[in-house]
Ligand binder design. Structure first.
Ligand code: PEP
Ligand code: MN
Length: 263
């Protein structure tokens, strides 16, 4: 269902009145984790002024260590929803349990399935059974074929409003957090009609190369970017090192606009 052979035209994913994959590149931004009302309000206010339409923030955090911040759960979804509403934006947040998918639809506009759950087939089936757009991230060690099969699981249950996200894969290279598989972008666009975004934060884990990587992603045909942004990254409860602060976010947006990658 998600193959180009099945459908030649690009799928445009509709998030309210916002269109993903209609040829105009866009940016999803917001913090790694929803931490509190003030944080989401500060970030939402700034991002909406920058023209950002989709606000992210994790409420269920799949952390490597069980002792790290695990997220605020449904309280976090509510905080995200309120911040997005207040600033005229839509929201995206990761859901990790199949039984939470329907509940999450009441609060958020896009359900994210994270890299660690790309092959959680019960979660994929649950995502396929609702009528909300799904942001599906590539697994840490997933081939492109496995990634596309994960998307097919969702589509096979009747939901083809899927955004694919390349977020870097595991290689031996340690200079970046993951290795951004830039080739995946044009391959995914060729193989599938679904929109593709690149997460420049989790793929690199580095702020200093984010601008060239963002340009590269858009140059090879990504429909959009994900950029983690926090009002005070130094005290962030997760991914403190890679989140941009608000002036840094504006700076990268200005640079992308001036170089013609974003309008
Ligand atoms: C995230 O986007 O919050 C996240 C945890 O990313 P990933 O699943 O790509 O590691
Ligand atoms: Mn993160």
């Amino acid at each position: 269902l998600i193959s180009r052979k099945h459908q030649a035209e690009d799928t445009v994913v509709r998030v309210g009145d916002f269109q993903v994959g209609n040829g105009t590149p866009f940016v999803i931004a917001g913090p790694c984790s929803v931490e509190n009302v003030e944080q989401m309000d500060a970030v939402g206010a700034h991002l909406s002024k920058e023209g950002i339409k989709i606000l992210r923030g994790g409420a269920y955090k799949p952390r490597t260590s069980p002792y790290d911040f695990q997220g605020l759960g449904v309280e976090g979804l509510k905080i995200l929803r309120d911040a997005a509403k207040k600033h005229g934006m839509y929201s995206v947040s990761e859901i990790v349990a199949p039984e939470d998918v329907e509940m999450a639809c009441e609060y958020i506009d896009i359900i994210q399935i994270g890299a660690r759950n790309m092959q959680n087939f019960e979660l994929l089936k649950a995502a396929g059974s609702v009528r909300k757009p799904i942001l599906l991230k590539r697994g840490l060690s997933a081939t492109i074929e496995e990634f596309l099969n994960a998307a097919e699981y969702i589509a096979s249950r009747g939901n083809s409003q899927i955004i694919l996200c390349e977020r870097g894969i595991r290689t031996y290279e340690k200079a970046t957090r993951n290795t951004l598989d830039i080739s995946a972008v044009p391959i995914l666009k060729q193989e599938s009609h679904l929109p593709v975004v690149v997460d420049v934060s989790h793929s690199t884990g580095r702020k200093d190369i984010m601008f060239p990587i963002a340009k590269a992603a858009l140059a090879v045909g990504a429909d959009g970017l994900i950029i983690e942004t926090h009002n005070n990254p130094a005290v962030a409860l997760s991914d403190a090192n890679q989140q941009l602060d608000l002036p840094q976010f504006s700076n990268i947006m200005n640079n992308l606009r001036e170089s013609g990658y974003l309008s």
